[in-house]
Design a protein around this ligand. Structure first.
Ligand code: B12
Length: 366
């Protein structure tokens, strides 16, 4: 193969080529390419030829030495293309169609790309490989928080909270899912729930209390997040670890803290039987008798629901290890009912319970 020629693996025959097989095979032979080259709709023989023979491409000088002075760290399209394995034509399409890249221009009009452009293309490639359609992949790549070197994860989480809020309070389900997807790709579930989802919910409630967020926005946000958390709760019953039975008492509909706690505990190897919001005390009791959990957790965010079922809680904690949690759980009610009080925030409480009660073989349920 002549020097300077590159071998390319794959060709999508689109447009004029599929009607001109002779020209196609001549092109492949002349270009010393494997028969298949990747090209997009509307690509022509000329654009492919420019890809295979970059010399004539006036915008594709090959080394950073050829980048004009005063533009240190910026790349021309040929160099970017080589680094990323994406053809210059496709880079231009992504730039034009999705605004994925925002190059500076030299005096001569050549594009110069920054490290951030490169990061966005890499993110785009990642999302495409994950199976997202190009438009969605581009939106996800564009939404990635610009994270300059040295940025602390705390800043990233704070930025993600703001982004999540913007998406949810604008009623954009898909964008909210994208923010969460991206976070879960980079951080542990525990960190995402602890540092983004739970603080966001708290803040949402505060702003709702001050009249800055409408009832519709609050309901939409909590419904989307609940759906997402239930997705993370898949496989709650897997494994052989200790078992927790989780429920909110009658009339209590705030269950998201409890759900996060369950996800945290499951990640520490526990199995979870999840009953959710507003559960009759008889039902909690029946299920506890049946599954014999290592711990029953009854959670309320409001004062009142736990106080009104004190005798039932007393009976429950007599027969099953029981804990109370949430803002509505007080030392007094815990004391009267003989239940343990979980005072930590959900993810910390999950870690503490798992550390103290361990696995079934060495825990209280052994
Ligand atoms: C989402 C939400 C809802 C959703 C709940 C959806 C769902 N599936 O859960 C809906 C729309 C149903 C709802 C309804 C109502 N809500 Co509401 N809601 C909220 C909001 C915004 C988030 C709740 C949440 O999940 N918080 C996440 C928790 C984890 O955050 P947290 O409070 O900081 O939790 C602390 C502790 O409690 C503890 N914790 C909490 N849960 C758990 C669980 C475990 C296991 C452990 C260990 C620890 C723990 O951890 C944190 C400490 O760091 C809160 C705001 C807020 N501040 O929480 C209001 C809030 C709880 N709601 C409130 C109110 C008033 C209501 C309504 C009465 C409104 C109405 N007029 O209808 C109803 C009551 C419904 C009912 N019968 O229960 C008030 C409660 C005030 C109070 N203490 O009585 C709050 C605080 C809003 C406010 N600022 O006034 N709500």
């Amino acid at each position: 193969m002549p020097a300077g020629r590159r071998r390319v693996g794959l060709l999508l025959v689109i447009g004029q080529w599929q009607h001109d097989p002779d020209r196609l095979s001549r092109f492949c032979r002349d270009s010393w390419t494997d028969p298949l080259v990747s090209c997009g709709r509307g690509d022509t023989l000329d654009t492919l030829s420019r890809y295979l023979h970059p010399e004539p491409d006036t915008e594709a000088p090959t080394t950073s030495e050829t980048t004009p002075s005063g533009t240190a760290g910026l790349l021309r399209i040929g160099e970017l293309s080589r680094r990323l394995g994406v053809t210059p034509d496709l880079l231009r399409v992504w730039e034009r169609r999705y605004g994925l890249l925002s190059p500076e221009r030299t005096e001569g009009g050549f594009r110069l790309y920054s490290a951030q452009d490169e990061a966005r293309v890499r993110a785009m490639q990642r999302h495409l490989a994950e199976g997202y359609a190009a438009g969605v992949a581009a939106r996800m790549a564009l939404r990635a928080p610009a994270r300059p070197a040295g940025t602390e994860p705390d800043d990233v989480m704070a930025a993600a909270r703001a982004e999540l809020g913007e998406a949810l309070e604008g009623f954009h389900d898909v964008e909210a899912q994208v923010v969460i997807d991206r976070l879960l790709a980079a951080f542990s579930v525990e960190a995402v729930l602890r540092d983004v989802v739970l603080p966001y919910l708290r803040d949402l409630g505060d702003r709702w209390g001050r009249g800055e967020v409408s009832v519709g926005q609050e309901h939409f946000a909590s419904a989307v997040l609940q759906g997402r958390l239930m997705g993370l709760a898949r496989g709650f019953d897997l494994g052989v670890g200790p078992r927790a039975l989780l429920a909110c008492p009658p009339t209590e509909r705030h269950e998201l803290g409890l759900l996060c706690f369950g996800i945290g505990l499951r990640d520490h190897g526990w199995r979870i039987t999840y009953l959710g919001a507003d559960v009759p005390m008889d039902t909690i009791r029946d299920v506890a008798d049946r599954v014999r959990p290592d711990l029953v957790v009854v959670c309320s965010e409001r004062m009142g629901p736990l106080e009104s079922v004190i005798p039932c809680l007393h009976g429950l904690s007599h027969d099953h290890p029981t804990a109370l949690a949430g803002r509505g759980a007080s030392i007094q009610v815990a004391h009267i009912t003989g239940a343990r009080l979980l005072q930590d925030a959900p993810m910390a409480a999950a870690a503490r319970v798992a550390a103290e009660m361990g696995r079934r073989e060495d825990g209280p349920g052994a």
